[in-house]
Write a protein that binds this ligand. Structure first.
Ligand code: F6R
Length: 606
């Protein structure tokens, strides 16, 4: 949520800023701006609009600059509200990711001293506050101002008194420095730095750093000097390209076979006897004695978590709950002794999930993570974890990461069942044999893409839609509805099938299609009773079921089949048609499915 890039060094800064913003655009895309050699350019809209506007800059030779792509929190997407923001003199420029919670009182105090504001943002308040305390030493002014603010921030600040110096700081919102021989880089996400360097310094909360073309020094807000430990990251960033696909979302859905392969590679022991999760080895003893697990996540990741709960309770007997990060962090929770907390997160930066992990840590609980982005805040904050290795997910709506989360949760279930000895070796082997087949079976599902596209065409004009499913497919009903809302703006709801008759069935009728997720499993007949209730209200039905369901076409003409696998793994295959349906309907409605309105990829504000 909001992307930040900054550079000071020996090369021209403008291309670095633009390339950085393009790499970070998924974090926010309602407006963008940059500061280069004292010149400010701000535009409403995508980075491309800002890039075009830089053609009018009189001087593009500056070798220091900072830039920002915004996802509005305070104030609408307008040029005035876009970053960078300035102090009262206009000589200090600042970009910010996060929220300054006490902005109202700070603003009132500054206004009382005659300082005028031009925007509706909390960020301008911080810029003005720094300017107010500035007496020629930018670092000192930043530290003084930060001591007065409450909230979360990742910031980069520049002053025209020291035009090749950047001051950066972090509290709650990620900031990473890139070290090279040509200068110092700073970004809100390593993705933007990896084209230049793998030598990174991850700022910790409460740290402030000064960057010059040849040096960086990290101190605390209080002024203690830190080492600013440099890390050589080992991961490679594939330059995300669409590779012939029309959209990143399409490409990422079609990556399913390799995503599944990458999630399980090297993790299944010979003869399907068990699993090996290297990232959990150090805490295996604590995991073996876990008394309870709370899965903390947001959005799609929380629906993956709900499936994880079903897996762990059904097959391992480990009491498990699922909590939404934004609720967990503000609630009194009653964890028994020996309990653990597992964060499930693609970005590893979701503010509420991160805060929940910090809380769990403070409460002395074992913290674990299933994280896609290597080196992200949650990956670093948790005691141990498992990476998804799904590769960068660029489309804002999560597809391949969700699939991978389900796969890793099934591996985790097997791992816990193995070390707790609550899942029999023969049962583990049965599940693992099917797990190993998933990449090939995903290919089979993707072969039905044109059929799913035809169904999408038929239903593209609907304005309401209900997803229903039972047991393993209830969480998928929520996920299906969320995906459709994001990419098509169609009002959609997900319900456990048996719950419909307790109210929501009142909505149904010929204009309100229902998508039933019903593999031929132990709850199939129950779900079919609910489908009959739906049909009796004349709602059209799309049925997603398994390929052994030979009577499916008698239920509805719109049937999508997926191969049958072990019940615990079935949702992994059923997910793919849900994603394709949302994608094709979004495209058929002429929408930008990769960057839906009002959304941002990485939700770093609470
Ligand atoms: C939906 C979606 C979001 C994320 C949620 C958590 O398509 O992408 O609901 O799942 O914001 O994000 P992460 O997984 O990065 O913590």
């Amino acid at each position: 949520m909001c992307g930040i890039i900054g550079y000071t060094g020996s090369r021209e800064a403008l291309p670095v800023l633009i390339a950085g913003l393009e790499a970070l655009e998924y974090r926010g895309y309602d407006s963008a701006g940059l500061s280069l050699g004292g010149q400010l350019v701000k535009k409403v809209g995508k980075v491309a609009v800002l890039k075009a506007a830089t053609a009018e800059l009189t001087d593009t030779t500056a070798t220091t600059g900072l830039a920002h792509t915004r996802w509005a929190t305070h104030g609408e997407p307008t040029e005035a509200n876009a970053h960078p923001h300035t102090d009262a003199t206009g000589h200090i420029h600042l970009v910010h990711n996060g929220i300054i919670e006490n902005w109202r009182e700070l603003r009132a105090g500054l206004e009382a001293q005659g300082i005028a504001f031009y925007s509706a943002t909390d960020t301008e308040v911080l810029a003005k506050l720094i300017g107010h305390h500035y007496t020629g030493d930018l670092l000192a002014a930043v530290r003084t101002a930060l001591a007065l603010v409450r909230g979360a921030y990742g910031i980069v600040v520049w002053s025209n008194d020291a035009p090749d110096t950047l001051v950066v700081a972090r509290l709650g919102s990620p900031i990473v420095l890139g070290i090279t021989d040509d200068g110092r880089y700073v970004a809100s996400d390593p993705t933007a730095l990896l084209p230049y360097t793998k030598r990174l310094v991850f700022l910790a909360d409460g740290e402030v750093a000064t960057l010059t073309p040849t040096h960086h020094q990290v101190v605390s807000v209080q002024g203690d000097i830190y080492s600013g430990k440099e890390e050589e990251v080992s991961f490679d960033i594939e330059v995300a390209k669409k590779e012939g696909y029309a959209h990143f979302m399409e490409k990422e859905i079609f990556e399913a076979p390799s995503v599944l392969e990458n999630a399980i590679r090297g993790r299944i022991l010979p003869d399907h006897s068990g699993v090996k999760l290297g990232g959990l080895e150090a805490v295996a003893g604590e995991v073996a004695t876990l008394s309870q697990l709370t899965i903390v996540a947001c959005g799609s990741a929380s629906f993956a978590g709900q499936l994880g709960r079903l897996m762990l309770e059904e097959y391992v007997g480990l009491p498990t709950t699922v909590e939404i990060g934004s609720e967990y962090r503000y609630r009194r929770t009653l964890a028994p002794s020996g309990a653990g907390v597992l964060a499930v997160t693609q970005s590893g930066e979701t503010a509420d999930t991160l805060a929940s992990i910090k809380l769990a840590k403070d409460n002395g609980l074992l913290t674990l993570g299933i994280v896609n982005v290597v080196g992200s805040s949650i990956a670093r904050e948790t005691a141990a974890g498992v990476y998804n290795h799904a590769g960068p997910e660029v489309a804002v709506a999560s597809t391949k990461a969700f699939l991978s989360q389900l796969t890793v949760l099934s591996l985790l279930t097997l791992f816990i069942g193995q070390i707790k000895d609550t899942l029999k070796p023969e049962d583990r082997a049965t599940i693992l044999r099917d797990l190993a087949r998933l990449p090939d079976l995903a290919k089979t599902v993707l072969e039905s893409a044109s059929h799913i596209k035809a169904i999408a065409e038929k239903y593209k004009a609907m304005e309401n839609c209900m997803y229903i499913g039972r047991k393993w497919h209830a969480p998928l009903a929520y996920e299906g509805a969320l995906k459709l809302k994001e990419t098509t703006y169609i009002h959609a709801e997900g319900y456990p099938a048996g719950e419909l008759k307790h109210g929501s069935i009142a909505l149904l009728g010929p204009d309100f299609p229902v998508i039933a997720l019903a593999p031929l499993d132990e709850v199939y007949e129950k779900t079919m009773s609910n489908v009959e209730e739906v049909k009796a209200r004349r709602s059209p039905v799309i049925l997603i079921t398994t390929d052994d369901n030979h009577g499916a076409s008698e239920i509805t003409p719109d049937v999508i089949e997926v191969p049958k696998v072990h019940p615990m793994l079935q949702p992994i295959l059923t997910t793919i048609p849900l994603q394709l349906l949302a994608y094709y309907i979004g495209v058929a409605r002429g929408l930008n499915v990769d960057q839906p309105r009002n959304l941002a990829k990485s939700v770093t504000v609470e």
